[in-house]
Design a protein around this ligand. Structure first.
Ligand SMILES: *Cc1c(COP(=O)(O)O)cnc(C)c1O
Length: 366
């Protein structure tokens, strides 16, 4: 058929297994299933957000405000930038799509870490660009600088912190990379988990107004899917110079965010109690996983996110462990497709984590 050739070898994104499928495949009640596979907020959706959604529901017949004035105004206050420095996407995923579309074609090169968010490569391939990876999965400033010099890419992605490993460069390391990159190369700082990193260690904090003031070739990305608990409503944002934002806006389809999503994001920004509770639970429960890993001689990566990655020796197979957990109603992410004998677990509630660790422990003792 008339499809583009590159699509033949392209794999589609493998999302976390939805609860509905586990109900069907394993006959487990939905209430008994724990999903810690997609880094969603374990505290759920905040009550303020649910209220805002209900209130906006009656406007479902209307097209949303395509200028997204209210949400941009709230974000511009929070990040101390102008609204012309902000673009809103259907998840920050959509903004990654816009950026790569705006820059990449067949002769382009995109530099990413060896193990990082899968969408960078998928969107690069949509545009037939080649992908260059650093040697280490974990971000290392020297590797990014060396590979940049060697390949002269058109676009660089830094995932801060890095999904699916959890590592995060210090701010001064990020600055060191940016200082080595020419201004005609766009650098994307994907900060989907930045609030978790900042909560744990201030040295990780990247502030978008400072960064775009200093580096006109940088795009900062944030999302409402993780800390704010709005994964299902698809809202993300990008912050950059007005000229970059104006260019990206040319690729944005009209009404890309629903009016319900816009109101929900606005309410989520205001609910400080919910985000504080989320951050507190995350750090406290992260320590429980770390303790477990140390006790059981499991290698783990110091995480600045809302998930932890366990790396196994060859005595444990991550695929078999994932299957075992699934049969017991626990969905986590197997990292075999990333070439690692490892699993990524989203930090859940105290009760959820207890059950996850109970079953991992059972599996290890078999
Ligand atoms: C979750 C995630 C995103 C974007 O999620 P959206 O739901 O599309 O906003 C972007 N980057 C990374 C690294 C992520 O983990």
């Amino acid at each position: 058929m008339g499809f583009k050739q590159y699509l033949e070898s392209l794999n589609s994104y493998e999302a976390g297994k939805p609860i509905e499928l586990v109900v069907r495949d394993y006959g487990i009640y939905a209430e008994d299933i724990i999903k810690l596979a997609s880094n969603e907020n374990p505290l759920g959706t905040s009550d303020c957000v649910i209220k805002a959604i209900k209130k906006e529901a009656k406007n479902a017949f209307r097209y949303p405000d395509d200028s997204m004035f209210e949400l941009k105004e709230a974000l511009s206050k929070k990040y101390r930038v102008y609204d012309k420095n902000i673009i809103i996407g259907a998840g920050s995923d959509q903004i990654i799509d816009f950026i790569i579309k705006a820059i990449c074609s067949k002769s382009s090169k995109v530099l990413i870490s060896a193990t990082t968010f899968a969408m960078y490569e998928i969107y690069a391939k949509h545009n037939e660009a080649s992908v260059i990876r650093t040697k280490s999965g974990i971000h290392k400033a020297d590797e990014f600088i060396d590979e940049y010099k060697r390949h002269n890419p058109n676009l660089v992605f830094l995932c801060l912190p890095n999904n699916p490993l959890g590592d995060c460069l210090d701010r001064n390391e990020v600055y060191r990379i940016l200082d080595s990159i020419s201004k005609d190369c766009i650098v994307v700082l994907d900060c989907a988990y930045m609030q978790f990193a900042k909560y744990k260690d201030k040295a990780k904090l990247i502030t978008p107004n400072e960064i775009i003031g200093k580096y006109q070739n940088v795009i900062y990305l944030g999302t409402f899917s993780k800390l704010y608990g709005l994964g299902g409503l698809r809202v993300g944002f990008g912050i950059a110079t007005d000229s970059i934002i104006a260019t990206l806006n040319k690729l944005r389809p009209p009404f890309n965010i629903t009016n319900v999503s816009l109101k929900a994001a606005l309410a989520a920004l205001k609910d400080k109690k919910f985000t504080q509770e989320t951050l507190k639970n995350n750090l406290k429960e992260m320590a429980v996983y770390e303790d477990f890993a140390r006790t059981n001689n499991i290698e783990y990566i110091d995480s600045y996110t809302n998930f932890i990655t366990f790396i196994f020796s060859n005595k444990v197979d991550s695929t078999q462990l994932s299957q075992y957990l699934l049969k017991n109603g626990i969905i986590i992410r197997n990292l075999k497709s990333y070439g690692m004998n490892a699993i990524r677990i989203t930090i859940g509630t105290k009760k959820q984590n207890k059950r996850v660790l109970k079953y991992i422990s059972k599996y290890l003792k078999r």
